[in-house]
Design a binder for this molecule. Structure first.
Ligand code: 5GP
Ligand code: MG
Length: 485
């Protein structure tokens, strides 16, 4: 990676504190609920009041833990992590939660996001005698926090570390048997708080809370630290940093999050249907059949087809592509050749819905263009008269440094092509993307509060060699003593 900041991580994190029940199972179930956020490795760290227990392994959640592993994870409080595969491929030293023992206790850390000043901090900590086992940013956070915990209480230590780390982070942390949730001052990656019958839970997405039969309380606020009571009886909140604008990742709403999750009070499924309707409003086209790219295009296509149907009652909404559910996400394939094969393996057309017809194919996004190119081709082979492509996001023109490991500029099909040139490259009869304003509108946020780096090339964080889209101060503390709210 050009700025050498270690692997980019787009992951899922969770933390629970329960009254009188082992935390391992609930953590395991919630990692299952977050499996879409990372298939590379899975891990859980618990604390039984005396010592920490951990199990971290490569692979899917279901493969990473056996019954004995869960049995060994003693204690009613813990955190968990699923990790997304990165460009560098499988790397066991980056699997999480990261744990470290030091003078003032045991620390466990699960991180979703990506720091932009890892190198700086690592150099500084190394010169102070800290030794690192991975090139990841999570370990840097852990060491910085461990260091601050030597001479301050937990809240102040977290605040000091937050003042030093820059970039995007949603963290669940264990300090001995205390479970914490922390979100960066611009709230780039999601993190929410929920209540269980006998405790509290922190998770990347509310779908994990649902899985535990819990109630979503709210999103953890940008710059907020939430500390769960170890006995599951409550939580304390400290707003440690406050920025004027947020930088929520719009791509969570478009692609990454589960449709049944609620982010910022909005159901992701509804946001995606809104995006589909907006797509029709902006670039609707006469067609015989509206067809989603499964699964990521479904909600968009249903919103689009609804809006289209209000104008033309004959428009059909059909599943024209059968998905092989046993094939994982195409991005796991490391080479372009494998990615192309994977698309073909994953999707097969249903001829009768396609043959002799004008098809509008709807997907959430175009990244490299592999999926669209292959599918347009597939639909033409299956007899489609015309294939129109409608995309529920703006063109992705720049990389993500904030934790979504999309691709480099050279790999992004829209990085140096006009929409007409992308259309020609993927071979569609027409192509339209959604405007940025429509995206902000559909997900119910102001443009100023979104991270739009991948669609504008200007970032809400200070990334080496890239432009920014706002005043960036290194985080300023909100001042005053930490207060409960
Ligand atoms: P492309 O084939 O153009 O490279 O990627 C577009 C397809 O990949 C879309 O169907 C979209 O749903 C999906 N996609 C977009 N972003 C990501 C990502 O970060 N990871 C994975 N696995 N898929 C993605
Ligand atoms: Mg897709």
């Amino acid at each position: 990676m050009h700025h050498g900041e270690g692997p980019t991580e787009k992951c899922g994190v969770v933390g629970v504190a329960l009254a009188d029940r082992e935390a391992a199972r609930p953590l395991y179930y919630s990692l299952y609920a977050l499996q879409h956020r990372g298939q590379d490795s899975a891990g859980i760290v618990t604390h039984d009041g005396f010592q920490q227990h951990g199990h971290v392994e490569m692979g899917l959640v279901g493969d990473a833990f056996g019954p004995e592993d869960l049995e060994d994870l003693k204690g009613s409080a813990g955190i968990g992590h699923v990790r997304y595969p990165t460009e560098g491929g499988v790397n066991a030293s980056c699997a999480q939660p990261f744990s470290v023992s030091f003078k003032s206790g045991a620390l466990g850390l699960a991180h979703n996001g990506n720091l932009v000043n890892t190198g700086e901090l690592r150099d500084e900590l190394e010169s102070l005698g800290h030794a690192f086992t991975s090139d990841g940013d999570t370990e840097v956070i852990a060491h910085d926090l461990a260091r601050n915990l030597l001479d301050s209480d937990l809240i102040r230590a977290v605040k000091r570390t937050m003042g030093r780390i820059h970039g995007s982070y949603a963290l669940t942390v264990m300090h001995d048997d205390a479970v914490l949730g922390v979100r960066d001052p611009r709230g780039n990656r999601p993190l929410c708080l929920g209540e269980l019958e006998d405790g509290y839970v922190l998770a990347s997405e509310s779908a994990a809370i649902d899985t535990l039969d819990g109630e979503l309380i709210r999103d953890v606020r940008p710059g907020e630290l939430v500390v769960l009571e170890s006995d599951g009886s409550g939580y304390d909140s400290y707003r440690l940093f406050e920025e004027e604008t947020s930088a929520h990742c719009f791509f969570e709403h478009v692609y990454f999050a589960r449709p049944d999750s609620v982010i910022d009070d909005r159901l992701v499924y509804e946001a995606r249907r809104n995006l589909g309707r907006a797509l029709w409003d902006e670039s609707g086209i006469d067609t015989d059949v509206v067809m989603p790219v499964p699964d990521s295009g479904r909600a968009f296509a249903s919103g689009y087809a609804d809006a289209a149907g209000e104008v033309d009652a004959d428009v059909e909404f059909a599943e024209g592509l059968m998905k092989n559910r046993y094939v994982g996400r195409t991005f796991i394939m490391p080479t372009q050749d494998e990615r192309e094969r994977a698309v073909r393996l994953k999707l097969n057309p249903i001829r009768s819905t396609v043959e002799g017809r004008t098809v509008t194919l709807i997907d959430d996004s175009i990244v490299r263009g592999t999926t669209s190119t292959q599918l347009v081709d597939l639909l033409r082979d299956a007899g489609a008269e015309e294939v129109h492509l409608r995309i529920g996001a703006p063109p992705i023109v720049a990389p993500c440094y904030m934790g979504i490991d999309m691709a480099t500029r050279e790999e992004l099909v829209a990085a140096d092509r006009s929409t007409e040139e992308v259309r020609a490259a993927v071979g569609a009869d027409s192509l339209s993307y959604l405007s940025i304003d429509a995206v902000a509108d559909a997900i119910g946020q102001s443009r100023a509060d979104l991270c739009l780096g991948c669609v504008t090339g200007a970032y809400p964080f200070d990334v080496d060699g890239e432009e920014t889209d706002r005043e960036i101060d290194r985080p300023v503390t909100s001042g005053g003593e930490p207060a409960d709210d």
